[in-house]
Design a protein around this ligand. Sequence first.
Ligand code: SAM
Length: 295
Amino acid sequence: MTSSDSLISSIYDPASAAATRTLLAELGAAPNRTLGQNFLINRGVLDRIVETASVSAEDAVLEVGPGLGALTCRLVSRAGQVAAIEKDAQFISLLQRHLPAPNFHLVPGDALQVAWSDLHLPETHVKVVANLPYFISKPMLRRLLEDWRPHLQSATLTVQREVADRIAAPPNTSAYGPMAIMTQLYASARRVFDISPGSFLPPPAVTSSVVHIQIKPAPSVHLEDERVFWNVVRVAFGQRRKQLGKVLQSIISDKTALASILETQSINPQRRGETLNLEEFARLSNYLATLKSEF
Ligand code: SAM
């Protein structure tokens, strides 16, 4: 425990059903479903999230959606610096009032729109810790991995369990698809633990999971042309149960040419897209990129 830890946590900790209800009543607010407002009320779970992110005084942390601040107060007490982006204006003044810490910077706005420069965070090695609103988990993951990756070291995200499975899925599983491929391209990911609906107020309809994503210093594979790569991935998973020799005809219409391309890349045309690993997708798309003018 640091000295600021005891100071802030003892003064403000909304992580209980009673405290959450009281704060919402003070604001005259009800949880807004369209903003995915399911507040964490389980202190053990919150501490485990912070442990999973291994936040220490050397770290700069970005939180998406601080809400009433249950996770925020823990991050502010442990990290060197915290920035949090909140879309719901009614929480802004509440957080400013309750967490007046010099190492905390609150950014009103939409996390899918805010510019990195508005966060006043270091340019590299930032740790993201967030209990994400369910409906922005997919675009937010893309934002983190594609746009903000150079600034990040890791992301510890609370998402629907089904989304966590899709992020961390290996090939040949029903959860494997573009989300797993994007994650594997830029990071390594593991589902760390589940959170039952009762740990939130209001309880969501589904189980949640905490997923830890460690950003790689460079992409896992070289891509000649990302557009071609994602086109192949999209087509392969568009009809995931169909053989590649058939579905990829939307890219290479000549059946014989397609079969020979797949053979050159040591990929059996009878395989389905969901069986290809990242290296195979990269190899195939890199080869197709060299034939770009032909399709
Ligand atoms: N961190 C709090 C907790 O764990 O109790 C609240 C988490 S709640 C699941 C999601 C939070 O994200 C809410 O405070 C909501 O207002 C906010 N939010 C929703 N959409 C957002 C967006 N596009 N950008 C920033 N914050 C958003």
